[in-house]
Design a binder for this molecule. Structure first.
Ligand SMILES: Cc1cc2nc3c(=O)[nH]c(=O)nc-3n(C[C@H](O)[C@H](O)[C@H](O)COP(=O)(O)OP(=O)(O)OC[C@H]3O[C@@H](n4cnc5c(N)ncnc54)[C@H](O)[C@@H]3O)c2cc1C
Length: 196
């Protein structure tokens, strides 16, 4: 999703991204049939919280533009610990959300919203989405130059970078490289798989 998202944004800006994928789109964590699009909640730092709120709004716009991506709107988060009840109150009171975006539901309201009995209430995030990640990957990668290959390391090229496979063959050369390999990116430490 991170790679497809970067490719979408670069193509929208008039650039020509190349996506290099070791297996297939959705081979990693982004391949689940369903995903929740919820904001990271932060009650400590108002600026950071506002950034996440903006990110949610932008993400929901983009996912909403993808045909067949949105399965449902609204996510109810229930408390995972007793302290979450007060935390949800503080989150809902933050001035960063559009009106009605964050609502505290009591158990009866939560039951009505879900259509099944709930013993506890929670934080209803009205903007949040349930999406089909694979529909998003298909849409964002359509028309993008894609190559199969596992990047083993990066080397400096005359201008930019050379992306090298385990056998030593060059998969691509690029001016700018964005690492979006999910858990696989951990190998790309500077000084090891990336030269200083
Ligand atoms: C059980 C579970 C449920 C989750 N639920 C949610 C949820 O509801 N909502 C949510 O937002 N997040 C959820 N997450 C987290 C989410 O899945 C991940 O944060 C997200 O998918 C990561 O996306 P990514 O693009 O960074 O990485 P990935 O989706 O893992 O993609 C990385 C891609 O890079 C490729 N790759 C890796 N190394 C290389 C290499 N060297 N060369 C070439 N290609 C390479 C891989 O093949 C893969 O396709 C969940 C995670 C789990 C485990």
């Amino acid at each position: 999703m991170a790679g497809a998202s970067a490719a979408r944004a670069l193509a929208a800006a008039g650039l020509q991204p190349v996506v290099i994928e070791a297996e297939r789109p959705g081979a990693g964590g982004s391949g689940f049939p369903i995903g929740l699009v919820t904001p990271r909640l932060d009650v400590g730092d108002a600026d950071v919280a506002a950034l996440y709120a903006q990110a949610l709004e932008r993400a929901c716009q983009l996912y909403g533009d993808v045909e067949n991506a949105v399965v449902a709107r609204g996510v109810l988060q229930t408390p995972q610990a007793p302290r979450d009840v007060a935390r949800f109150d503080r989150i809902a009171a933050q001035p960063i959300w559009p009106p009605d975006a964050m609502t505290i539901l009591n158990p009866r309201q939560a039951s009505d919203w879900l259509g099944e009995p709930m013993e506890e209430g929670g934080l209803l995030m009205a903007q949040a989405l349930v999406v089909r990640p694979l529909a998003v990957l298909d849409a964002w990668l359509a028309g993008v130059d894609r190559r199969s290959g596992q990047v083993e390391r990066l080397e400096r090229a005359e201008e930019g970078w050379r992306l090298v496979a385990p056998g030593g063959e060059v998969i691509a050369e690029a001016d700018i490289v964005i690492l979006a390999g999910g858990g696989g990116r951990r190998r790309f430490w500077i000084g090891r798989a990336i030269p200083n």
